[in-house]
Design a protein around this ligand. Structure first.
Ligand code: ADP
Ligand code: MG
Ligand code: MG
Length: 934
């Protein structure tokens, strides 16, 4: 017995997307829950795999017989005959893999037509125009997809007839025009393939099946899978769906459309979609005619509209997920042709998550899991500044929200090329096609002059979270001349334009943008996330300003406050420089005394903003020469100054002579010679001293040199000043009723002794400050773990440190013995290409190496100090995958840059849920991951 390769819609298992593909599984599912779906069957992805694995590309044994069986059943069910004249059965042949890849593989409609069946169809419908329209569509799709005839060959013929007939729109073509088109198409196929168009429907079907299978390995499909990291364990091969045709182009009581159960742009809980009367499905998606919003159907076909609303509820209640579905109305009867989980932008995902959870359709945890953390980045995207009052140049449909500025580019290849150079690009097309996909990746936004909100451009842009304005009909795009004309205006390739996918407006030039605020739904979702997560989320913030941003984004404290950024302010740097070039301890102390009140104010500012949350401050970390000018710069400046000195000396000689002349005549010069030479001399001396210092401080390998705690122990007065500033700030805040919880963190530690010595200093100053201010301070003392030895000695360090914070940037460098810049510039890309390393370990935490070290350090640290607080403050702290890992090894918190805080909060919740449920409760989670990836 051969394998089962074919399942009818009535028998296929709707949950087995791997076997039946997403489209096929859902067609089975819908059929089985009683939704009106035209009958049909699915040929499995296993058949596809078997076919592709066979070097001779033979169809698997027994498959064709099973197909013929299923066809016979289909004939019986529809009462029509495949390839017979009177009541011909026409079918569509559609691809569909486990993960939806919109427009990635093509569909053939009206298969089964030939001169004989065509006459049957015409006799039956008494509509010759309809018959020939179906026929020409079939020849074109079959020719293009199954026989590989270039699309242009058909376009040329089609346009020629249209022109000859003086027809403006496709609908204006007469029956005779369509007959001529079918004839021309036939000869185009014969010319291109060297063989007549196949007329045996069974042969047509076999060729079509092979073509669909083969399309899995087509360039477009492979590019797409690579871009979205779709691996064979996620989707391996495509199924083939064969279903009886229904016709939306049988007259004014027929229509076709695409709809979402909720608005995929805003998430609003209302039916959303578009339809075209008297048209076939692909017309809507291709943007050939601009369709009407589905609400208009309420007037045009009220009964059908009610059915559609009913369908919407049935789909959502069954799938418990927003559905994106296709429908066709044939002579007043509604059919659903496809459904899948709707791809939405982040705003819509967040809103529908909250709405659906609040209405009880889904659980909260599921609502949280629906939104991929990285997607939130979209919500932090800028919007147009409405106060800027720019005049729109044109208006189209708001097809994917958000605003974007970039130079207009009229083809995808060019967009890709320019995008790679870092140029901001807006892809401008008449309409887009699947082969433009690489242009989408490279662009900031998409603008089309044709097509609706469900056109290819709109769907893909929404999936990618890129702004899109579609169907801006006022713009006439000329791709060949690389320009667009709008009334009296025009713009060319390279001109800056701004598009606003939220309003549909298009502007010439760059319109200013503003940052977005959190929506109420996002606030709710993130509050659920915080309740669910175990990890806390802190922010890295160095100034009160940063702290405010972090707080706005929901930071629960500051996990890393770097004191050096405060040193770099223009009014402080000179003092810092004085401190560094000081030759004696007294001179250095004098400079530090001036810095102390400034740092104290810095800390007071941050404590006040963050009260009563934790603020973890890291003592000075970088090598101090970083605060001095570079050696070469000093040399250059000195050269200039010395040159100036020579010039001034020349002038002095000259002016002395002049003065002598005046004196000898007893007149007094009105012009006093300036005193610059003295100033110049002073400057030279100062620079020379600095140059000497810079040379003295020179290190062969500064990142491994005199920095962090090593510096702090060499110049104890620097750390003492910082510690005092922190503690005095805390004392002053506390006295004015502000709750402060400072944590002092020592960088670059490798031994417990280092920690102990700094700790003694903290204790001494603390006693002093507490005495002077009559307060008791709550200060914690902790250590960075960013040196391999520190991790290995975690148990000992934990005797001194009350908390640890992993600095994974340095720890990664130290674990690999890579210096980041050199690695990223010289060999990491090659390492990735050759699969020596999977990712860039500076971006994605190296769980196997660095992570292993972290895990051990957490364990050993807590051996000495049970329940010890341990966090991470490297860049990895904001990366969702790394956050998942931090959760698993039991960290207490992650700290990341302020604007990534919402992402981290959500990621922390995901980690907790997936940990608890081992990811098993949500079998369709993969599907959502794909939504996220898009
Ligand atoms: P895609 O994955 O690109 O959307 P589909 O397989 O869904 O491709 O088909 C393309 C278009 O053809 C859709 O609009 C679909 O509704 C329409 N279509 C597919 N099968 C049929 C059918 N049996 N009857 C009528 N229209 C169909
Ligand atoms: Mg479809
Ligand atoms: Mg560090």
């Amino acid at each position: 017995m051969s394998m089962k390769w074919v399942y009818t819609f009535a028998e296929g298992d709707g949950t087995n997307k791997k076997l039946l593909g997403g489209k096929g599984a859902n067609l089975c599912e819908m059929t089985q829950i009683g939704i009106s779906v035209p009958p049909g069957f699915v040929i499995t992805t296993e058949a596809c795999r078997a076919f592709l694995d066979d070097p001779e590309r033979r169809l698997p044994e027994g498959m064709l017989e099973q197909v013929h069986h299923a066809l016979a059943d289909l004939e019986a069910e529809t009462g029509r005959q495949f390839g017979r004249g009177e009541t011909p059965l026409l079918i569509s042949v559609r691809s569909g893999s486990a993960l939806s890849m919109p427009g990635m593989m093509d569909t053939i409609l009206n298969l089964g037509l030939n001169p004989k069946t065509l006459q049957g169809l015409i006799a039956e419908t008494r509509n010759a125009r309809f018959g020939y329209d179906a026929y020409r569509r079939f020849i074109q799709l079959f020719g293009k997809i199954a026989l590989g005839v270039p699309e242009e060959d058909f376009d040329t013929e089609f346009e020629a007839v249209k022109r000859k007939a003086g027809a403006e729109r496709d609908e204006d073509l007469s029956c005779n025009d369509l007959i001529e088109i079918t004839e021309r198409f036939m000869s185009a196929v014969e010319k291109s393939t060297g063989r007549p168009f196949p007329s045996d429907p069974y042969e047509q079907l076999e060729i079509a099946i092979r073509a669909v299978f083969g399309s899995w390995m087509g360039k477009r499909a492979m590019d797409y899978r690579r871009e979205f990291k779709i691996t064979p364990d996620m989707a391996d091969g495509t199924a083939v769906n064969v279903m009886a045709m229904v016709f939306g182009n049988m007259g004014e009581d027929s229509a076709t459309g695409v709809a979402f159960t909720r608005d995929p742009g805003t998430g609003e809980n209302a039916l959303f979609g578009e339809y075209l009367v008297n048209a076939q499905g692909e017309d809507v998606v291709a943007g050939v005619r601009t369709p009407k919003p589905v609400a208009a159907l309420a007037d045009e076909m009220p009964e059908i509209y009610d059915q559609l609303v009913d369908l919407r509820h049935r789909l959502e209640n069954h799938y418990r997920e927003v559905q994106d579905f296709e429908f066709t109305i044939q002579k007043g009867v509604l059919y659903c042709l496809q459904t899948r989980n709707g791809k939405m932008n982040a705003a819509a995902l967040v809103r529908t998550s909250v709405d659906m959870a609040q209405s009880g359709l889904i659980e909260r945890e599921y609502a949280i899991l629906r939104v991929q953390p990285d997607m939130l980045e979209q919500l932090l995207f800028p919007q147009l500044d409405t106060t800027a009052e720019a005049e729109p140049l044109a208006q189209g449909l708001p097809a994917s929200p958000g605003a974007a500025v970039g130079v207009a580019v009229f083809d995808a290849d060019r967009a890709e090329k320019l995008g790679r150079t870092g140029e901001r690009v807006i892809l401008v097309r008449e309409e887009t096609k699947p082969e433009d996909i690489h242009g989408f990746f490279a662009s900031r936004g998409i603008l089309t002059s044709r097509g609706g909100k469900t056109s290819h451009a709109a769907v893909v842009a929404r999936g990618m979270g890129k702004p899109c304005v579609a169907g801006a009909e006022g713009i006439s795009v000329d791709v060949h001349l690389k320009r667009a004309i709008v009334g009296d205006h025009e713009f060319h390739e390279g001109d800056l334009i701004t598009i606003d996918g939220t309003s549909g407006n298009v502007f010439l030039g760059e319109v200013p943008m503003i940052e977005q605020e959190f929506s109420p739904e996002l606030t709710v979702l993130l509050s659920w996330a915080d309740e669910t997560a175990r990890l806390q989320v802190m922010a890295n913030a160095d100034t009160p300003e940063d702290a405010r941003t972090a707080l706005k984004f929901g930071a629960m404290g500051i996990g890393l406050c770097r004191t050096e950024r405060m040193f770099n302010d223009t009014d402080r740097l000179p003092i810092v420089v004085d401190m560094i070039v000081a030759d004696t301890r007294e001179e250095r102390q004098a400079a530090l005394n001036r810095l102390l009140p400034i740092q104290r104010e810095d800390f007071k500012g941050i404590f006040t903003v963050m009260a009563p949350r934790q603020v973890t401050i890291r003592l000075l970390d970088p090598p101090i020469h970083e605060f001095l000018p570079a050696e070469q710069q000093l040399i250059d400046e000195l050269d200039e100054l010395r040159h100036l000195r020579t010039v001034l000396r020349g002038i002095r000689v000259l002016s002395d002579a002049v003065e002598f002349m005046y004196r000898s005549r007893d007149v007094h010069p009105t012009v006093q010679m300036p005193a610059e030479p003295v100033l110049v001399e002073e400057a030279i001396q100062k620079k020379e001293a600095m140059l000497t210092k810079v040379r003295a401080l020179h290190e062969v390998n500064p990142m491994l040199g005199h920095r962090g705690v090593r510096l702090g122990l060499t110049f104890p007065e620097i750390y003492a000043m910082q510690i005092r500033a922190i503690l005095e700030a805390a004392a002053e805040c506390q006295k004015s009723g502000i709750a402060v919880h400072p944590e002092i963190m020592v960088p670059q530690v490798c031994t417990a002794q280092e920690l102990k010595q700094v700790k003694d200093c903290v204790e001494e100053i603390r006693a002093d400050v507490e005495r002077a201010h009559h307060v008791k301070l709550d200060v914690k003392f902790g250590s960075m773990l960013e040196v391999v030895r520190a991790c290995l000695r975690a148990e000992n360090l934990a005797e001194e440190a009350e908390f640890f914070s992993f600095g994974t940037n340095d720890l990664t460098q130290a674990t690999f013995s890579f210096s980041r810049e050199d690695a990223e510039n010289k060999f990491l890309p090659m390492y990735n290409r050759r699969h020596i390393l999977q990712d860039n370990p500076f971006e994605v935490l190296d769980v196997k190496g660095v992570g292993r070290l972290m895990e051990l350090a957490v364990m050993w640290g807590r051996d000495a100090r049970p329940g010890m607080k341990v966090g991470i403050c490297g860049e990895h702290g904001g990366h969702p995958d790394s956050i998942g890992f931090c959760h698993r090894i039991g960290l207490s918190y992650v700290s990341c840059s302020g604007y990534r805080v919402p992402i981290a909060r959500l990621a922390a919740a995901h980690a907790a849920i997936l940990d608890r449920t081992a990811g098993l409760q949500y079998p369709s989670h993969r599907g959502y991951q794909c939504i996220g990836a898009l």
